[in-house]
Every structure is written in structure tokens, then in C-alpha cells.
Write a protein of this length. Structure first.
Ligand SMILES: Nc1ncnc2c1ncn2[C@@H]1O[C@H](COP(=O)(O)OP(=O)(O)OP(=O)(O)O)[C@@H](O)[C@H]1O
Ligand SMILES: [Mg+2]
Length: 278
């Protein structure tokens, strides 16, 4: 039995971009006092007006950007009651432990699907047979088995994003970080990929930090929805949700999204976002 659980802890994170280093007179206080513990099985979705610091927060978690104040670390808890912290590792740089999926895929156009998914494993020195085995497994998880040998330009936008997710999963990260991964897709494809991501998440149970501008997407996907507010960027609200659980138990996405409970939550969140913006 697995008695170990992962947590990613953000402890009082502040980020200020200095005006001087960017040739501007004003400093930008992009994040203020962010406290958040991301736990195993959390699918966290961040919503908020443009400029409220969502990408900055993702960049901090990824290790691309060091916070101006505060600290963040990855810890493992052990034992039956999970009260004991077994290991704690400060996050100071990017690592394969944190897989990133960008809005626009960053796939290599001269490689086919499976070669793209394998690429990071190759850099990590994983042998040929093993890396092919891992890549095939992630490709199946994203429903792309028929497209393994297709070139990237032969795929639709939704498929390309799924390759991006398969690639991020190939390194077996503890957490998957996604910055508006479905933002460029049409509504129908977007719904299909939402469903594929949730089914993949159910199988892998990775921690997820997912950014979106769509309130409906946020409600449907999140187990924890955080709302951020700008100047300075901070977390103002958090909701625990179970719409994705309903979907994973077999209720259709259409049915979930038309429930009175779903619509009431959507209106409440739109109210919060609009009142934050004024
Ligand atoms: N490298 C940087 N240098 C200076 N200022 C920055 C930098 N990156 C972000 N900012 C500023 O920090 C604030 C937060 O930006 P961020 O990109 O995190 O917002 P966001 O919530 O992701 O917005 P969007 O929804 O438009 O993607 C903004 O005011 C932005 O101009
Ligand atoms: Mg952003």
C-alpha cells in the first residue's frame, strides 16, 4: 500500500518586478502573500482578470522565477496518518518533477508525435526501449494511439495540445502545470479535450495547477478553484468543487453544465470576478 503523499507548499510568496530592471519607473507588485498547499489529488484551477498574476504564479511553481519573498517547497508525507513529513525540498529551479504545458504547444515540428513525447526522456538518458514504452503509455492516455507517427503539422490544435500533455506526463512529474492549455481551441474541441484531461487525471492522480479564463471550464475541471484579484495579485476566494467527480462517475458533461447548481455557481463566480475588476 502506498503510504506516501506529495504536497507542494507556497508559503507567503511575494513577487515584485523591479521597474528599474525593465526600464520602467514603476515596480509591479505581481503577487502578494500567496499561501497555498497543493495536495495529492488536487486539481487546482486559477481564475482571475488579465494581469492578476496567474502566469507569474505558475512560473514561480515551475521554478522559472524566484519569488521576491517567501518560499516554496515540495514535501512528502509518510505513515498511516500522513502527519509525518518525510522529505522536504525547496523549489529553486525547474525540474522534471514539475511538467509544464503552455497555451501554444512547444512541440518540435520536425519530429512525429512519439518522438516529441520521448524527447525529454532522451535528454534525461532513459534508454530507447524504456522511453518508447513510457511514451506509448502516455499517448494512449491522451487517446492519440492512431497518430503516433504523424507529424505535428498533420494534427488539429486539440491533438497538438494533447501531445503537449503526453510529453509533460512522460517525465512522470509530481505536478502538472498548465497555462490556458485550451485557450486557442474552438468550443467543441475544447470540451472534448477537457474530458480527456479529466480521464487522464483520474488514472494518474497527479497534482494539477491549471489556468483558464473560462468560468465554465474552471467549474467543470477543478476540485479546488482559486480566484485571484489584481494589483497586487492575490488569492481572494477558494471553492471546493465536485462537478469533475460527477463526470468521472459517468454523468455527461452537458448534463453537469446545465444543472441549476452549476449555473448558480457560475453566476456567483462571475459576480466575484466582475466586482474585483471594478
Ligand atoms: N517579466 C515581467 N516583467 C515585468 N512585469 C511583469 C513580468 N511578467 C509579468 N509582469 C506583470 O505582472 C503582472 C501579472 O502578470 P501575469 O502575466 O502573471 O498575469 P496573468 O494573470 O497571467 O494575465 P493573463 O490572464 O493576461 O495571462 C502584470 O501586471 C504584468 O504586466
Ligand atoms: Mg497569463
Amino acid at each position: 500500500m502506498n503510504t506516501e503523499t506529495n504536497e507542494l507548499v507556497l508559503d507567503n510568496i511575494d513577487v515584485t518586478f523591479s521597474g528599474r530592471s525593465y526600464d520602467r519607473s514603476e515596480d509591479v507588485h505581481a503577487l502578494s502573500k500567496i499561501n497555498l498547499t497543493i495536495k495529492q489529488n488536487d486539481f487546482i484551477v486559477a481564475l482571475g482578470a488579465s494581469g492578476c498574476g496567474k502566469t507569474t504564479l505558475l512560473n514561480v511553481i515551475a521554478g522559472f522565477l524566484r519569488p521576491t519573498e517567501g518560499s516554496l517547497y515540495f514535501q512528502k508525507r509518510q505513515g498511516r496518518t500522513k502527519t509525518k513529513v518525510a522529505t522536504r525540498q525547496e523549489i529553486v529551479k525547474p525540474s522534471p518533477d514539475r511538467g509544464v504545458v503552455f497555451q501554444k504547444h512547444a512541440l518540435l515540428p520536425w519530429f512525429n508525435v512519439i518522438e516529441n513525447v520521448e524527447f525529454a526522456l532522451k535528454l534525461q538518458g532513459v534508454d530507447r526501449i524504456k522511453r518508447r514504452e513510457i511514451a506509448e503509455e502516455k499517448i494512449v492516455l491522451m487517446g492519440l494511439e492512431e497518430f503516433q507517427t504523424h507529424k505535428i503539422y498533420e494534427l488539429s490544435g486539440g491533438m497538438q495540445q494533447r501531445v503537449g500533455i503526453a510529453r509533460a506526463l512522460a517525465s512522470d512529474p509530481a505536478i502538472l502545470l498548465m497555462d490556458e492549455p485550451l485557450g486557442a481551441l474552438d468550443a467543441l474541441t475544447r470540451e472534448t479535450v477537457q474530458e480527456i484531461i479529466l480521464k487522464g487525471w483520474e488514472k494518474t492522480r497527479k497534482m494539477v495547477f491549471f489556468i483558464t479564463h473560462s468560468v465554465e471550464e474552471a467549474l467543470f475541471m477543478a476540485t479546488r478553484l482559486i480566484i485571484m484579484s489584481p494589483r497586487p495579485g492575490r488569492i481572494t476566494h477558494e471553492f471546493k468543487l465536485d462537478f469533475s467527480k460527477q463526470f468521472l462517475k459517468g454523468v455527461s458533461a452537458r448534463k453537469i453544465k446545465s444543472q441549476a447548481k452549476f449555473i448558480a455557481k457560475r453566476e456567483k463566480i462571475l459576480d466575484i470576478i466582475h466586482s474585483d475588476a471594478t
